[in-house]
Design a protein around this ligand. Structure first.
Ligand code: 5GP
Length: 195
């Protein structure tokens, strides 16, 4: 197990729909020394999500109180009136367990985490092979209505410009290849060797 002193983390970020959640879930189910950083959010819970597992679901009032009390490492209004953030207590919880943190967060939050933690952080930008592919994936995901889908697509165009802020870029064309590459990134950053 990771000695407590070795405080490292992985940030996986991407435009909405590029597949980062799939990559993160794959890594978490294959490495028991990785701990998922559960974000706080004010968005409503989707079917199948559990409070304290997928997110800490907070009211806007609760979220704002935590901002005022300086309890976040970073937070963003990712969509209008939908706040997301990483609690300091969450980072400490996972490091206290002797695990490496894994973040699945938006490009601005990821930029802030990378700036804050520097070399302790391996920050990976996952990119779709093309904008058209990404648009289709968003449509196929079917979690959005027409208005929120348009919002997400507009956002993707901006998010793609964040790529240069990160240590590595993974092009998610064939999922199985992407997953192998993600494993290599983890192995190299933790152990200094690919496997
Ligand atoms: P969703 O609502 O689809 O779960 O997430 C929307 C976006 O918010 C995704 O890009 C997700 O990665 C991002 N997100 C989740 N947690 C955090 C967080 O703690 N901070 C920031 N800045 N973004 C987050």
């Amino acid at each position: 197990m990771n000695p407590k002193a070795e405080k490292k983390m992985f940030v996986f970020t991407a435009p909405s729909g590029a597949g980062k959640t799939t990559v993160v879930k794959h890594l978490l189910s294959n490495y028991d020394n990785l701990g998922f950083s559960i974000s706080a959010t004010t968005r409503t819970k989707r079917a199948g999500e559990t409070d304290g597992v997928d997110y800490y679901f907070l009211t806007s009032e609760e979220f704002k109180k935590k901002i005022a009390q300086n309890e976040f490492v970073e937070w963003e209004e990712v969509y209008e009136n939908q706040f997301y953030g990483t609690l300091k207590s969450e980072v400490e919880r996972i490091w206290d367990e002797g695990k490496f943190l894994v973040f699945d967060i938006d490009v601005r939050g990821a930029t802030n985490i990378k700036k804050f933690f520097g070399n302790q952080c391996m920050a990976v930008f996952i990119r779709p092979p093309s904008f058209e592919v990404l648009k289709q994936r968003l449509i196929d995901r079917n979690t959005e209505n027409e208005a929120t889908l348009k919002k997400r697509i507009d956002k993707v165009i901006k998010e793609l410009t964040y790529e240069p802020n990160f240590d590595l870029v993974l092009v998610n064309d064939q999922l199985d290849v992407t997953l192998r590459e993600a494993e290599t990134i983890v192995n190299v950053f933790i152990n200094g060797v690919p496997a």
